[in-house]
Design a protein around this ligand. Structure first.
Ligand code: SF4
Length: 890
């Protein structure tokens, strides 16, 4: 027997998919896509499909801690409240700060913002969303007057031309990408253009890929603007003439192509398609936003849509897609230091203060993320509360941020996990509720407000974030203003503020929810804002959808002083820190398909961790050859800010002169892979968003004496293990795997192996084989037929056995005799049992299985492989990789 279905929302990316969750009588969770949710219509990607793997309590923070010691809630809350109050009393309100997160629910965010801006009286609250989409916010405000995404996902289906700029959507927003793919199959005339320096999985599926040079987006879109003007498009909008003049000569395609680093013929094709296609949507993401010219890049894109009037119409708009599940909700309540609340700026401080009836109000913008941590370093900020985020991994120049926290007098961290890179620096650790336990709302990238609903009880002493903040506010003397009986009450107040003294000048208007009952809040169906009070409430599915809400600005009226949209003149400029002779390569960081942020959740899923098990750097073959860097080896990235040592992937998917490394790995999962430590802290002067896509870097081979790996049924303490110079951890359900490398001699390894595997000095069933001639060493610890641990060492990575079969021996059952005999060989007795590295995370289908099916069964299409093996038939995220395997044969 299972519980009733809970309709909730995926906690990962900004697509905001609806999820149906059920818990069996035995406590087993199952999840499925919610067919009734308009954003995903029943689909989930590999991460969403694996949500049930991630709700376990391993390493969960279950009670407050002070200075590393368990504490009760009263003591911990007193310490936080007194610490903040004393700091404010002695140094003023700007001596404290909150650093919050797009993982928070809107209600949590609202309360944090209200406490900081209305009761402490400082605007020093910023969010990790600053790192991914604040350039879009600033660009929207400059052009449209408000941070409002004009369209919705259906526009991407309706459009005849979809342009993806700086977005690996196939991996980072897979469900929306699959909606585009399905629309393209239904409409063969629909075209997809990808503008990205990397040839990503998304670019593989495009009709045209423009591998724009890093940072050249403004040159490319200015060229398009000038071309459109020459083609006869004209505008009387403010800034139009200036923007076209600033764009220069679009007619000279060769010059624009040269500046943008793309083939002239391909650029001409793109310009022609854009000029000729009325229904065009340009989607932009972190590849545009994360730049010291991020806001200008956003406006260069929006300019082209304003000139062609491709906005405010079905299938036509610029479209910012966000990284996090509730980046939009945070923007709505004022989670950014640069806005006040409810899309109001500091010029409306009086309005907000009257609504809150608060004793104080922040009158000027606060410190943005990078500035905020710099202010901690200088001692200007003396108390900081970090909620639901891991800045010592995600910030640029993260080692400096770590040093700042280390000397900050009061660091409070609210989190779900006991151990994170940031939690290790907390004076006070507060246990927060996790996804399955939280209740509130989130807003996705298409302005859709959805409920997250709890379906598991909070474990240990965990509490909701909003509750924790209210408890601290009460101890700081603001109990009456923070006396909510649940998230519905907070949501009502938030909705009321959006409508307060809003006579239509602010698009964000949730006045229709200002009096929503608790019961209707519980039943709330996904609803796209605005929801003004004069419109019927769409709660409980009882009301028809409002007309004209999918596209904003249909009437051509914008929330600017003059009621019109504005083109913004922009000119190309290079990165703040450009490449040099010492740092000649441009390092780009970003996401991979199956991990989320700092891996605190996705690493709990064996199938997700198996897709790309190790932190890596991609490098073009020319750059690799010039430095004797080899595919599959290790290399160290060196920048002016830090280093990281990563597995090498040599690929022509990378532009010459550039590197790519994932943002996810951190000190919990690898010895040297926290790429944020090496990332460039330069920021966009308008948005404050860091330049993650362009860090000047050098790279050199990391050449250990040997490579190897360890499998163990139980966690090992490898961090300080003698003889291991580099390691990374690949979690499994019944095992942990470590890839390792070092400089110890083979004799030393033989002596150390028992220590590494945790059996030093014990009389155990120990299998061992060392071959000094080949430099290989293999050993295994077996207990009553169960494989407990094994280590494999070889001079080169290619001489190590495949991993997947060994992982399959950790079943909880004794090994068969043939398997025991084959353990040290590292190969299955039956070669066909080796499925190879995982490709399809949903169905656990490996590369070797797919290759054999192509080779032996003559399968010749992604669809045929799907029919035979199921691979690619759920979320579809692995289809590009399957297509690559098919291409190997041709
Ligand atoms: Fe979650 Fe995937 Fe949907 Fe994003 S696309 S919300 S990660 S299921």
């Amino acid at each position: 027997m299972t519980s009733a279905t809970t309709h909730t929302t995926c906690p990962y990316c900004g697509v905001g998919c609806g999820v149906n969750a059920q818990v069996s009588a035995e406590g087993t969770l199952s999840v499925a896509g919610d067919a009734d949710h308009p954003s995903n219509r029943g689909s989930l990607c590999s991460k969403g499909t694996a949500l049930a793997d991630t709700v376990g309590l391993s390493d969960r923070l279950l009670h407050p801690m002070i200075d590393g010691v368990r504490a009760d809630w009263n003591t911990a809350l007193d310490r936080v409240a007194n610490g903040f109050a004393e700091t404010i009393a002695r140094h003023g309100p700007d001596a404290v700060a909150f650093y919050v997160s797009g993982q928070l629910l809107t209600e949590d965010y609202y309360i944090a913002n209200k406490l900081m801006k209305g009761y402490i009286g400082s605007a020093n609250i910023d969010t990790n969303s600053r790192l991914c989409m604040s350039s879009a916010v600033a660009g929207h405000k400059r052009a449209l007057g408000e941070d409002a995404v004009p369209g919705c996902y259906a526009d991407l289906e309706t459009a005849d031309l979809v342009v993806l700029v700086g977005s690996n959507m196939a991996w980072c927003h897979p469900v929306v990408y699959q909606r585009i793919v399905a629309a393209q199959q239904a409409n063969p005339n629909k075209k997809l253009v990808v503008i990205d320096p990397r040839r990503t999985a998304t670019a593989d599926g495009a009709d045209l890929h423009l591998p724009v040079a890093p940072g050249a987006d403004v040159a490319l879109f200015n060229g398009l603007l000038a071309h459109l003007a020459q083609a006869g498009f004209a505008t009387e909008l403010p800034g139009g003439a200036e923007a076209i003049a600033a764009a220069g000569q679009g007619g000279d395609i060769a010059a624009v192509a040269d500046a943008a680093g793309v083939p002239a013929a391909d650029l001409a094709t793109f310009f022609e398609w854009f000029a000729a296609t009325e229904r065009t949507v340009t989607v932009f993401s972190q590849g545009v936003n994360q730049s010291s010219a991020g806001t200008d890049k956003v406006n260069a894109i929006i300019n082209c849509h304003l000139l062609t009037e491709r906005i405010g119409k079905p299938g036509a708009c610029p479209f910012s897609i966000t990284g996090q599940p509730n980046a939009m909700g945070g923007r709505e309540v004022g989670g950014l230091a640069s806005t006040l609340a409810a899309h109001m700026g500091f010029d409306r401080a009086d309005t907000v203060q009257r609504f809150w009836d608060s004793p104080a109000i922040a009158g000027t913008p606060g410190l943005k993320a990078v500035e905020l941590f710099e202010a901690i370093a200088t001692g200007q900020i003396k108390a900081v509360w970090i909620m639901a985020t891991n800045p010592l991994v995600s910030l640029p120049d993260a080692d400096s941020a770590r040093a700042a926290l280390a000397q900050c007098p009061l660091v409070v961290v609210s989190d779900v996990m006991r151990h994170t890179d940031t939690a290790d620096y907390a004076n006070v650790l507060l246990p927060a509720a996790a996804w399955a336990e939280k209740s509130g709302t989130v807003t996705n990238s298409e302005r859709m407000i959805s409920r997250q609903r709890s379906f598991l009880p909070m474990p240990g002493q965990a509490r909701a974030d909003w509750q924790i903040i209210c408890d601290v506010a009460a101890r700081m003397g603001h109990g009456n203003a923070f006396a909510y009986d649940g998230p519905a009450a907070i949501f009502r107040e938030h909705a009321g503020l959006t409508a307060f003294e809003n006579t239509g000048e602010r698009v964000l208007d949730l006045g229709g929810f200002a009096a929503i009952s608790d019961a209707d809040y519980d039943r709330l169906v996904p609803t796209r804002w605005p929801v003004p009070a004069r419109e019927p409430l769409r709660a409980a599915g009882a009301m028809p959808a409002r007309q004209n809400v999918d596209q904003l600005f249909i009437d051509g009226v914008y929330p600017t002083d003059d009621g019109r949209a504005h083109l913004v003149p922009v000119t190309p400029r290079g990165p703040t820190n450009d490449t040099t002779a010492d740092y000649p390569l441009a390092l780009n960081t970003g996401r991979i398909r199956d991990h989320w942020h700092t891996m605190t959740r996705t690493a709990k899923s064996e199938r997700l961790a198996a897709h790309i098990p190790e932190p890596f750097v991609e490098i073009h073959p020319q750059d690799a050859a010039a430095r004797a860097i080899v595919d599959g080896g290790l290399a160290t990235i060196i920048t002016a800010w830090g280093t990281a040592t990563l597995r090498v992937i040599v690929t022509d998917r990378q532009r010459p002169g550039s590197l790519f490394a994932p943002m996810h790995w951190n000190d919990q999962f690898a010895s040297s892979a926290r790429i944020g430590a090496a990332a460039n802290p330069a920021v966009c002067p308008i948005s404050g968003e860091p330049e993650f896509k362009h860090t000047p870097a050098a790279i050199a081979p990391f050449a250990p004496a040997w490579h190897g790996f360890i499998y163990a049924a139980r966690p090992l303490r490898l961090r300080a293990a003698a003889g291991i110079d580099w390691w990374t951890k690949v979690p499994g359900t019944r095992f942990v795997r470590h890839e390792i490398a070092g400089t110890a001699t083979l004799e030393d390894i033989a002596a150390a192996a028992r220590r590494w595997l945790g059996v030093a000095g014990r009389d155990v069933d120990w299998l061992e084989a060392a071959d000094p001639a080949t430099g290989t060493y293999r050993a295994a610890h077996v207990d009553a037929g169960h494989l407990e641990a094994a280590v494999f060492i070889a001079p080169e990575p290619a001489r190590l056995p495949a991993r997947r079969w060994l992982a399959g021996l950790f079943t909880g059952q004794p090994m068969a005799e043939a398997e025991r005999a084959a353990v040290l060989a590292g190969r299955p007795p039956d070669e066909s049992a080796d499925t190879g590295p995982q490709v399809c995370s949903c169905f656990g289908v490996g590369r070797q299985t797919i290759r054999r099916a192509i080779e032996n069964d003559g399968l010749d299409s992604v669809e045929a492989i799907g029919r035979a093996l199921d691979a690619g038939t759920n979320c579809g995220s692995c289809k590009p990789e399957i297509a690559e395997l098919l291409a190997e044969k041709t």
